[in-house]
Design a binder for this molecule. Structure first.
Ligand code: PEP
Ligand code: MG
Length: 299
């Protein structure tokens, strides 16, 4: 089995119509880069930056973040590295950020909501990302987006950061900006969001819990917390068609992106990027190839 999968590692898998499907890695630190490359990752589809913040025991400086993001970008260039801005909330403590106690942390002050309220935390990250983008194909995505306004306010903050870097003579480059689609609100306004962002990445872990109103951590509702539920698949299809209509890339970075039974469904819906833990990559490539044999097998 392992041996059989290895030959898929360097394959560039394609959908039946010949479209390349990027099979990328989810990582949380630079240590995972090597494993991702060895598994055949065609870039990074989700760099969870909150792990840097949680491990650091204090807020990492702009310079420290810049070094880390730049190293990831260089390691995968010319492949894209999609870096997600800080996604923390009351359930994931970070020293240096005071989270008021909440009844429902998964419905609370987290992700982009928290970042927009704390420019003292958000701006150093955005500046580090602008600087790192000069070293490779950095793309940036926002977690927990539920309104168009969150995207517009983030863009304004990025402009402010770029202005400050330019004034200080610090080299940087603008990056493509995307959003995670992981709230029902984002799905329902996907057509409008697609006109203002460069890509979507569907976060099925959270999207499933919010569409089904079933806590992803509670085993008693695990049966409802099912990405293959028709309601969740309908949300994914709506997102895919809104993205297709606007001509932007639609990918997926939740756990479901690695499911052999669902990969052919997602590819048929028009998703062109699937991001997952490195260990799942060879098998995912095999699934894509086997679902569209005419598009090419490894020699
Ligand atoms: C998701 O919600 O599907 C996702 C990829 O993000 P996280 O698991 O970090 O919440
Ligand atoms: Mg999420």
């Amino acid at each position: 089995e392992e041996e059989g999968l290895r030959r898929f590692r360097d394959v560039v898998p394609k959908a039946a119509d010949g479209t390349v499907i990027e099979v990328a890695a989810n990582i949380g630190s630079l240590e995972e880069i090597q494993a991702a490359k060895e598994a055949g990752a065609m870039g990074v589809g989700l760099f969870r930056t909150e792990l840097l913040f949680m491990k650091h025991g204090g807020l990492p400086s702009e310079d420290m973040q810049y070094e880390i993001y730049a190293e990831a970008a260089r390691a995968f260039a010319p492949h894209p590295v999609i870096i997600r801005t800080l996604d923390i909330g009351g359930d994931k403590p970070v020293s240096g950020i005071a989270f008021p106690p909440e009844q429902n942390p998964f419905l609370g002050w987290r992700g982009v909501r928290m970042c927009l309220d704390r420019p003292d935390i958000f701006k150093p990250q955005l500046k580090a990302l602008l600087r790192a983008a000069a070293h490779g194909a950095v793309k940036v995505m926002l977690p927990m987006v539920s309104t168009l306004e969150e995207v517009r306010r983030t863009r304004a903050l990025i402009d402010e950061c770029a202005g400050e870097l330019a004034a200080a003579g610090v080299p940087f480059r603008r990056f493509p900006l995307g959003v995670m689609i992981e709230t029902p609100a984002a799905v329902l306004v996907a057509a409008a969001l697609a006109r203002e962002v460069d890509f979507f990445s569907i976060g099925t872990n959270d999207l499933t819990q919010y569409v089904m109103a079933a806590d992803r951590m509670n085993p008693q509702v695990a049966a409802l917390n099912d990405v293959a539920n028709p309601a969740v698949l309908a949300a994914i299809e709506l997102t895919a068609s809104a993205g297709r209509a606007a001509g932007i890339m639609v990918g997926m970075c939740g756990e479901a992106a690695a499911r052999p039974d669902l990969i052919p469904v997602f590819v048929r819906m028009g998703l062109t990027e699937l991001s997952m833990s490195p260990a799942s990559i060879p098998r995912a490539k095999k699934c894509i190839v086997e679902a569209a044999p005419a598009a090419g097998r490894p020699s």
